[in-house]
Design a protein around this ligand. Structure first.
Ligand code: GDP
Ligand code: MN
Length: 378
């Protein structure tokens, strides 16, 4: 999960990393009021969950309240990488002497947290990594011991002057603590700015979270913004379905993540492309099937749907009921192929047969059939 800069900077501050004063605004007038409160000049920044806002015109310095209002209004009218800007951060502008990059992320290959620093901050770090990788320095932390101040200072001394080391090491130690305690997958400050009076301050903040850690952190979960997921993904989550959109055209409704993966594999094996991953979970109520079908059928590229159920805790008759309710409530625009075995299979099949629907009992055949039906079309 991603959060906005205005939220990330609050977390940084709570972990002892200095940030300029600032507040979020949703209108030009609000921005001008905040600018008056924190003191001019201010920097007005688009709050969207993508990077490169600077280049897109989403970061502007304002020297008067009037400029703050105008800049905010202009930024609020922008769409950056397809995302309409709905809020801006109004923060105290700082005089930047030098821009550094400071971050920490989880490195899956080494199974360690890697700290990343560069004296060439401010710019796009991904671009820097390609063009001038030697300017990016990395240090891996022993997960059992955690970092000690000495090792962080030694690592950072390659990028920071001696008089800045105390601050930088303290900040990096705090980033590490934040990353571990809140189950972040990335904590990044770019630019980590050296300002006029010789202090280092976070002039931008980006924090991503490991979704699997979110149940442990309701305070973090509360920061989730609607922009984070597609409307389909939000609806699916609320209905208790795990759903991931993919770019194929065969819709899949399956119970259990393992069977869902196997189903997608078989579709691929036979030359098809799944439109989604969808796991209706263990105890499936008819309503879940209805919601799943409703979500799937919104996809304009869909050519056919496969419902693949291996009933254990999931009861086949519940699934059948869901299918029948869905047929009444939604106009299914594409062919539907059903495979149903396991708990209450007989009852489930009987329900479907009464409605003139048949269900396969074997998976490979069902996958072949849905691909054929998809070819024939709607
Ligand atoms: P990003 O482009 O989305 O990463 O947005 P940033 O918040 O990093 O802003 C882009 C650039 O704007 C920074 O690299 C800085 O050069 C500049 N900038 C941001 N805040 C300030 C500020 O307070 N003062 C000055 N002088 N420049 C700033
Ligand atoms: Mn930045």
């Amino acid at each position: 999960m991603k959060i906005h800069e205005y939220q990330a900077r609050e977390l940084l501050q709570a972990y002892g990393v200095p940030v300029p004063p600032g507040q979020v605004a949703r209108s030009g007038r609000e921005a001008a009021v905040i600018a008056g409160e924190i003191g001019l000049p201010v920097v007005i920044k688009a709050q969207v969950l993508v990077g490169g806002r600077g280049k897109a015109g989403g970061v502007r310095i304002a020297r008067t309240a009037r400029e703050a209002r105008e800049a905010a209004e202009q930024i609020l009218a922008l769409t950056i990488k397809d995302i309409p800007v709905e809020a801006v951060l109004v923060a105290g502008a700082v005089d930047i002497l030098k821009e550094y990059y400071l971050g920490a992320t989880v490195d899956r290959a080494t199974k360690k947290v890697v700290c990343i620093v560069s004296a060439a901050g401010g710019v796009d770090i991904e671009e820097l990594a390609v063009k001038e990788p030697e300017k990016i320095l990395k240090h891996y932390i022993d997960p059992l011991r955690g970092p000690d101040d000495g090792e962080l200072r030694e690592f950072l001394s390659a990028a920071f002057a001696k008089e800045l080391l105390d601050q930088a090491a303290e900040a990096l130690g705090n980033l590490y603590r934040l990353l571990i305690e809140k189950d972040c997958s990335l904590v990044e400050i770019n630019p980590y700015a050296q300002i006029g009076d010789g202090t280092l301050i976070a002039a931008d903040a980006k924090i991503n979270f490991d979704d699997n850690g979110l149940p442990k952190h309701p305070d973090v979960e509360a920061l989730r913004s609607a922009e984070e997921y597609s409307p389909e993904e939000i609806e699916a989550r609320e209905a208790g379905l795990s759903f991931v959109s993919l770019d194929g055209d065969i819709g899949c409704i399956v119970n259990g993540a393992g069977l869902a993966m196997a189903t997608m594999d078989l579709i691929k094996l036979f030359g098809g492309r799944p439109a989604n991953f969808l796991d209706v979970g263990g105890s499936s109520s008819p309503r879940k099937v209805l919601t799943a079908l409703r979500i799937l059928t919104r996809n304009q590229s869909l050519k056919a749907i496969l419902i693949n159920i291996f009933g254990g805790i999931t009861r086949c008759d519940d699934i059948a009921k869901g299918i029948l309710i869905a047929r009444e409530q939604i106009d299914l625009p594409v062919p539907l192929v059903i495979r149903l075995i396991g708990t209450n299979e007989k009852e489930g099949r009987a329900l479907l047969e009464q409605a003139g629907l048949e269900a396969a009992s074997e998976m490979t055949g069902a996958v072949r059939k849905v691909l054929e039906r998809a070819k024939v079309g709607r």
